[in-house]
Each structure stands twice: as structure tokens, then as C-alpha cells.
Design a protein around this ligand. Structure first.
Ligand code: ATP
Ligand code: MG
Length: 362
């Protein structure tokens, strides 16, 4: 199997390069033959891998123009299973040089099909814009990973990207799909994170990777050491998160090819999945326990609030107020004052708002 994945979002500083480098290195740690290609003329993957520009012998520009042999273009890295193609051998003028070759929209696709089939995974780091070289990349790849930083502008950029992917799928590469949306710098417990998640999950929840990358010094610092975080410190929060992401990508591709997972039209459609309440299992009075159980099912990670109200609709207890992973849950409520009577519970999640009656009696 050979899978070509772009890491893209038309917005700067969201963790594209960090994701491309660290995911590629983590796949290689799992002994998947991996090729990392830097398609961003700013050429930042090379320093992230600890490769000085003076030692680069060829790059993407040479590959697209057929101007250097492959053994000069492909670079070995400190990981046996990871090869690397930089964007160019120099930073100066590379934007202009790559600009000269982007009119041949299918060149990269041809090369990818003929030359890259020895790899299990090809990961391509994209620049923070959609035109130019990104078009060539989108025509060549099977799927796209979308890194999202928890902020409003990331979501705006994502809408733009989804439009562009829809257009690509319609016109030039019908095989392109979303590999997954990655929270690439998650700062838990901030309002921005909460707002992003609240907007992201109801609409795009099923595309979001279970793994998220926390904002962590280990990821930021590893670039200064010129090592992927898994090599710098595999046990760090960032190292563990990227290894987990690689594992999720491998499992997804083995068990359920993304091409089948996402139907063609789904790419621009919104998900209408909502949490489902399974049952209120003790509507009838239970003479022994004087408790009641509430069961519900969550289709993807989302914020849930479950509140108990009295007969006068006053809140008397909050049972859950938390972000919860996908799954089935059962929550037992035991009233504190052990009073019999009628109560209600309010279930509030992902746009679903539900009230139910509970009768407790002994
Ligand atoms: P550009 O569009 O400019 O190419 P990018 O989307 O490739 O940017 P990166 O270069 O990967 O983004 O990351 C931007 C900055 O954020 C870098 O300084 C990087 O070290 C830092 N960073 C990335 N991921 C994390 C993380 N999980 N925790 C902390 N810092 C991070
Ligand atoms: Mg980058």
C-alpha cells in the first residue's frame, strides 16, 4: 500500500510543518517506509530534521524540472525508514524557482505514481496558501491532514480549504479525501479552545482525529535541536502525542481506508450527527435503590451538560459538565435529600437539548 498525504491549511503558524515532520518521523519509528517532502518554499523541514542547507544536494524544484538525479534529490535521515526531499537547496529565490514550474499541474502526480511506490507513506508539507505549488500537491495526493490551532481564524481557513478540496475533487483529482482534522496545538481550558471545539465538532466531528497534540514545550523546542520530537524525547507529551497520531493513521488506513470512509459528496457536507439518548432506564420507581439511571451515546468528542431540575424547573444538581469522548455512558443519580417526587433532567450537547421527566418513589 502506498498513501500520499498532504498537510495543509491556508494559514501560517498552525503546526503544518511540525505535524508533517513529526508524523513522518513517528511513522518511520513504527517501521513504515516513509518519505517526507517539503513543498513550502520557506524550506523549514530541513532545519527541523537537523539538516544544514549547505549539505542539501537537490530538492523538489530539481525533481519537477528533472534537473538533478534522484540520488541527489532524496536525502537519508537519522531514521532508517525516513527519506526526505527538501523544497530546494537554498532559501533565496526558491519561491520564484518553484513558481516557474507550477503551471504543469500534474507533474508531481506523475512522479509520485512512478517513483514513490516503494514507500508506505509519503507526507507532504504545504505552504500556507492554496494556489501555486499547493495545487500540484492536491492533484498528487490521496488525502489531506488539516492542522487546526484553537482560534477562530483557523476555522475560517479550514472553510476555504474545504472549498478548494471540493473543487479539486470535482475537477482534477477525484480520489482526494480528508485524512483527518488535527488539533495541532491544543491549549486545554482556554476559552479559544472551548469555542473552537464547540464550532468544530458539531460540523466536522467525524473527521477530527481522536489524537490531539497539546501545546507543549517539547514540540516547540525540538525544532531548535533539529530533531523530530520522537527522537529528541519520545516520552515527552509531544512525543507521545505524535506517536499516537501515527498509530491512529496506520490503524485507520489498515482497517478502514479513508477512501471508503468518506463518501464523495461528504467532503463539503456538514455532519448532522448528534448525541443520542439511548434510554432512561428507570422511569418506574425503584423501591430499593431510590436512584435513577440516565444512559446516552456520544458520537464524537463534545461538551456535555446534564442537569437535574425539580418540579419547579429549578436546577438542583449538575451531574456532568465536561468534554467527553465518543462512547456510551450511564450515569446514576441518587437524590441528596432522598425525597420522593417528580424531577426532570436536562441534556444539553452539540445542539441537542432535551428534557425528560423522572419519578422517584420508595
Ligand atoms: P507556516 O505556515 O509558517 O509554515 P506552520 O503551519 O508550518 O507555519 P509550524 O512551523 O509547524 O507551523 O509551527 C509554528 C510554531 O508553533 C513553531 O514555532 C512551532 O515550533 C510551534 N509549535 C507547533 N506545534 C506546537 C505544539 N504542539 N506546541 C507548542 N508549539 C508548537
Ligand atoms: Mg510550515
Amino acid at each position: 500500500m502506498n498513501k500520499i498525504i498532504a498537510v495543509a491549511l491556508p494559514k501560517g503558524g498552525v503546526g503544518k510543518t511540525s505535524t508533517a515532520v513529526n508524523l513522518a518521523a513517528s511513522l518511520a519509528v513504527y517501521e513504515k517506509r516513509t518519505l517526507l517532502i517539503d513543498a513550502d518554499p520557506s524550506n523549514t523541514c530541513a532545519p527541523a530534521l537537523g539538516m544544514p542547507f549547505s549539505e542539501l544536494t537537490g530538492g523538489l524544484f530539481d525533481m519537477l524540472t528533472n534537473s538533478r538525479p534522484y540520488d541527489k534529490i532524496l536525502h537519508k535521515t537519522s531514521l532508517d525508514y525516513l527519506d526526505f526531499i527538501p523544497s530546494d537547496t537554498k532559501i533565496l529565490d526558491s519561491e520564484e524557482r518553484l513558481g516557474q514550474v507550477v503551471h504543469n499541474y500534474f507533474r508531481l502526480r506523475e512522479i509520485a505514481r512512478n517513483k514513490f511506490n516503494i514507500y508506505d507513506y509519503v507526507i507532504i508539507d504545504c505552504p500556507p496558501y492554496l494556489g501555486g505549488i499547493t495545487k500540484l500537491v492536491f492533484n498528487a495526493v490521496d488525502s489531506v491532514i488539516i492542522p487546526i490551532k484553537t482560534a477562530q481564524f483557523s476555522l475560517l481557513a479550514m472553510s476555504k480549504l474545504l472549498e478548494s478540496l471540493s473543487e479539486t475533487k470535482l475537477k482534477t483529482n477525484k480520489n482526494i479525501n480528508i485524512e483527518g482534522i488535527l488539533l495541532s496545538m491544543l491549549e486545554n481550558n482556554t476559552l479559544a479552545a472551548q469555542l473552537t471545539e464547540e464550532r468544530l465538532y458539531p460540523k466536522y466531528g467525524k473527521y477530527v482525529f481522536k489524537t490531539f497534540i497539546p501545546k507543549s514545550t517539547s514540540v516547540a523546542e525540538s525544532t531548535y535541536y533539529g530533531k523530530p520530537v520522537v527522537l529528541q524525547n519520545a516520552r515527552s507529551i509531544g512525543g507521545q502525542a505524535y506517536l499516537e497520531l501515527a498509530r491512529e493513521v496506520i490503524v485507520r488506513n489498515k482497517e478502514c481506508p479513508v477512501k471508503e470512509l468518506i463518501k464523495e459528496s461528504a467532503i463539503s457536507k456538514t455532519s448532522d450527527e448528534k448525541p443520542r439518548e439511548i434510554a432512561l432506564s428507570q422511569n418506574r420507581p425503584n423501591p430499593f435503590s431510590h436512584s435513577t439511571k440516565i444512559r446516552f451515546e456520544i458520537p464524537y468528542r463534545m461538551k456535555i451538560k446534564l442537569t437535574v431540575l425539580n418540579l419547579f424547573m429549578e436546577e438542583i444538581e449538575i451531574l456532568v459538565e465536561n468534554r467527553m469522548e465518543a462512547g456510551e455512558y450511564e450515569i446514576t443519580w441518587i437524590p441528596k435529600d432522598l425525597a420522593n417526587g417528580v424531577y426532570y433532567y436536562r441534556f444539553d450537547a452539540g445542539g441537542l437539548f432535551k428534557m425528560n421527566k423522572m419519578i422517584l418513589a420508595r
